[in-house]
Structures are given as C-alpha cells and as structure tokens.
Design a protein around this ligand. Structure first.
Ligand code: SAH
Length: 483
C-alpha cells in the first residue's frame, strides 16, 4: 500500500577473494546472484559483476584512473540509501572483509541507520599468495607467528606500524599489504631494526590471476628487484625464513599465462568463456558487448511443433542454447516431450553434457562445425551464430530464442582498456564484433584494435572485423577450441 514505510533491506558485506572468480565462497556467490544491488571495489574479478542478471543494480565505488575511490563517507551513505529503498545489497570487497577494507565504518553506519548487516568472509590475499606460490606462512621450523601489516600508512589517524620493533623479533613471518609504494621506507626500518639484509623475502603481484608474478629476493635487494621487474599493485610482500621453504610445485601447462584477453561475448556466456581462458592461464577481461533477451514467438513455436511431429534434427551449438531452449520450452507451456521424434545433435562437449544433465542423450556429438549431411534433412537450429550448414540442407528452421540488445560498458571499464590495452581482443561472431564497436564507438574501437591484436575465430567474425576497418588475425589454432 502506498505510504507504508518500506522495510529496509539487508546489507551483506561479502569477501570476493583475491582475484580468481572461483575463490569467492559459495555463500557469497549465491547472495550475489540473488541480491537487488551490488556495490563493488576495484580489485573484484569482473566476471562476478559482468555475469549478473540485468535486474541487479551495479555501483562501482573503487578507484578510477588517476583518482581515488569514492570517499568512505559516500560509500556508507550509498549503502544506507540502497537498503532504505528496501533493496538487499551485496557490498563486495576484495579478499576478506576484515582485512584493510573499511568494513567497520560501513557496518557501523548501517547499524546506526537500523539496517541489518551480515558479514560473509572471503579468502584474503595472504592466503592466496601463500597457496599460489607454494609458501607456508607458518611452519614448525620456519615461523610460529604471522604479522599482517599495512604498508600504506595513510592519513593522520592511521596507527603507525612498529616496523623496527617487529624487525627485532625472530621466528615469524611478516606479511605486508599495500606495501609497494612505501617499500623502500619499510625495508629501511626493518633493516635498521635488526632484520639481516639476507632475510628471505618475496613479492607476489596479482596472485591467483592470469597476470600473477612472483619475485623472490633478499631484504637488502628487494626494492631494486621490484623496480627492475616492474612489480605493480596489487602486490603483497612476505618477509621471513618461510620464503625459503616454499615448494615449487609446477602447475599444469598454461599456454596463455600473462596474456590479458578482452572477451566480448554476451553476458549470459561470459562466465563460461572466461573460465576456459583462465584454465589456459590467461587473465580475461569480461566486457559483454551484447545482452540476450528472451524472445518468444508463437509462430516460431508452432513451426517447431510441426517439425518435431514429422521428425528432424535439433542442433545445439553450445551450452547456452541448450539451457535457453529448455527454459523457453517451459515458458511456452511445453517440455522435453515436445522433442517427440526429433534427433538431437550437439556441437562440442559442453553442449553434449548440458543435454545429458537435462536427461537428453545426443544422437550425434560433433567436435565442431561444419555439420555433416543429416537425414532427414529438416534442421532446427537456435544460433544467433549459425553453424556452417551442409549445402544439401533444404529445410532449416531458425528458432530464435533471443533478441540482441547492445551491451553497455561502465566508464571505468572503458578507461581501463584505453589505459592498458589487452594483448588480444577475441571475437567469435558478428554480434560480438558489432557490439564491441557499438560499446566503444568506431574511432575508439579502431584505436584499441591497432594497439592490441584482434583475434577472429570464424569467417563471419573476420568479415565483420574487416567491414569495420579492423585488421585481424584469423585464429586457426585449437588452443581455444572449446570456446
Ligand atoms: N581485504 C583485502 C585487502 C585489501 S587491501 C584482502 O583481504 O585481501 C588491498 C591490498 O591487498 C593490495 O594492495 C595488495 O597488497 C593486497 N592484495 C589484494 N589482492 C591481491 C592479490 N591478488 N595478490 C597480491 N596482493 C593482493
């Protein structure tokens, strides 16, 4: 009823983990996908945001190029305002909420406004650095204690870290967050406080991401080593004998390690595509260039029922088509029994396993297009991107499950790629290419393409790139086969 006071929503302070999107807790991930609004910082893996349903309001409160993040007081105010509108809000923070992240201020101001707050812990950078570099933070022969300190020392109100006192202690590990900018000063204090110059130490940049860098050194040389190796934030320094005890476990082969790759597929597919790239060692930049909206056309479904009754092939080109088809059946008052006498073809193992999960065994599993001639020749396809069809296919029903809407990129995303162009811009079809140009504008898109390498996966993507005047490299290797 109008005029009735709105019941305030709950604010969840959620730790997003250190950088790999798989390192958020299951609880955090579920809350994120069911909330009404999210306010997020700079170090959050963007897949977590880019894949959210369109109905979730997004607020970026992190650092923008050359500028500080939103002042803490404004962040507090934003959270209160959102919750007072009755929204359930996820306040997503890097790592764990209890380490150097302003959670106390936010929790206090929410509590003062009578808004319920729930804290969901995350994996803090120190744990991530330890795991990613095979380093034990403690050990019976290495360290019995760990200090977590900030190297930032910001503002008059910050309590100074007693570096010299810490340096006089033995038998432990010092972990320094936000230490890169002041590393020289901190190291000087540790040395003058009694830490020997040959104390083992290490700096790890962007642990658990595709651009992770590990630098092992000694206290006396760490500053110059960091400069020489151009170490950049976010980075964590670890000082102490445990550094020598790290096990150099070799991981799986990672052909794309260190490569930043712009991914422009639709929001609904972005997590899947980025996950493949991450498994290959890359750091994906998830920039969905278009959004798919459900499209239900009665005539299409009537035609589908006719084909299904007379028998033919349903061809699923990817997992998204399988999921969307099954959802669309239910929305249109049908279910899998409507497949009737149809046979089913799956392109790629992801489509095949998505079908299996729905209790449908594919009659034909293909590793890729083009399709072989199929009998009978009646085909139902779902793709926005049609698989290359055999020349003999005479009857093809393209059952459109979606309409395409232009994706909008947040201004800080645009700034990020302009400031540091990705190694590769990846395109699989015309929609991705057109959406990319639409999101950036032609001039900026051409400029970015010149400063990066455009990789086009299909003939369609190659010709789309050329039609926009972008040079591109056709991709024929199978490194990225499954995406
Ligand atoms: N709440 C966060 C810390 C925020 S302070 C947490 O629990 O991890 C931000 C600092 O954390 C960065 O300056 C850096 O020192 C460290 N950090 C965050 N992510 C990191 C990563 N992936 N690798 C190395 N250091 C990281």
């Amino acid at each position: 009823m109008s005029g009735e006071p709105v019941k305030p929503g709950t604010v969840y302070l959620v730790g997003a983990g250190p950088g790999h999107p798989g390192l958020i807790t299951r609880m955090g991930y579920d809350l994120l996908h069911h909330c009404d609004a999210v306010a997020y910082d700079a170090l959050i893996p963007l897949e977590l945001i880019a894949s959210l349903p369109a109905r979730v309001e997004r607020y970026y409160v992190g650092r923008r190029a050359g500028r500080h993040s939103m002042p803490q007081i404004e962040k507090n105010r934003l959270l209160v305002e959102l919750a007072l509108r009755g929204l359930n809000v996820v306040r997503l923070k890097g790592g764990d909420t209890s380490f150097f992240g302003g959670s106390t201020e936010e929790a206090e101001s929410l509590a003062a406004a009578g808004i319920p707050v729930i804290v969901v812990p995350g994996v803090t950078a120190a744990s991530a650095v330890a795991a990613a570099s095979g380093l034990p933070l403690t050990g019976r022969r290495g360290a019995s204690w760990v200090f977590f300190a900030t190297g930032h020392g910001s503002g008059d109100s910050a309590i100074p870290v007693p570096w010299q006192e810490i340096a006089s202690l033995r038998g432990g590990t010092i972990v320094i967050y936000m230490g890169l900018a002041n590393l020289e000063k901190i190291v000087d204090q540790l040395l003058s406080g009694g830490n020997p110059a040959d104390t083992p130490c290490m700096v790890v940049q962007a642990a658990t991401t595709g651009v992770q860098k590990i630098l092992e050194s000694r206290l006396g040389e760490i500053v110059s080593d960091c400069r020489r190796n151009q170490m950049k934030p976010p980075a964590l320094a670890v000082v102490g004998p445990v550094v020598q005890r790290r096990s150099r476990v070799s991981g799986p082969s990672i052909p794309l390690a260190g490569k930043r790759i712009l991914v422009t597929c639709c929001a609904q597919e972005i997590e899947t595509v980025c996950a493949v790239l991450r498994d290959l060692g890359a750091e994906p930049l998830p920039y969905p260039s278009y959004v798919l909206e459900n499209r239900d056309d009665e005539d299409d479904w009537a035609q589908f029922s006719q084909v299904a009754a007379s028998g033919g092939w349903c061809v699923f080109a990817n997992e998204l088509e399988v999921r969307s088809f099954l959802e669309a059946l239910l929305r249109n008052h049908l279910d899998i029994r409507s497949l009737g006498r149809m046979k089913v073809a799956a392109i790629g193992h992801k489509a095949e396993s998505a079908l299996l999960r729905a209790g449908i065994r594919a009659d034909l599993a293909l590793s890729g297009a083009p399709l072989p001639p199929l009998q009978p020749e009646r085909l139902v396809i779902f793709s926005e991107v049609s698989p290359a069809l055999p020349p003999s296919s005479t009857q093809v029903l393209r059952l459109k499950l979606f309409c395409i809407r232009q994706g909008l990129w947040e201004s800080h995303w645009v700034q990020e790629v302009k400031d540091s162009p990705p190694d590769f811009l990846l395109f699989r079809n015309r929609e991705e290419m057109d959406g990319f140009v639409g999101a950036l504008g032609l001039e900026a898109a051409q400029d970015l393409a010149r400063r990066s390498t455009v990789v086009a996966f299909t003939g369609e993507a190659v010709s789309a790139a050329r039609s926009w005047g972008l040079d591109c490299r056709p991709e024929d290797s199978d490194i990225l086969g499954e995406i």
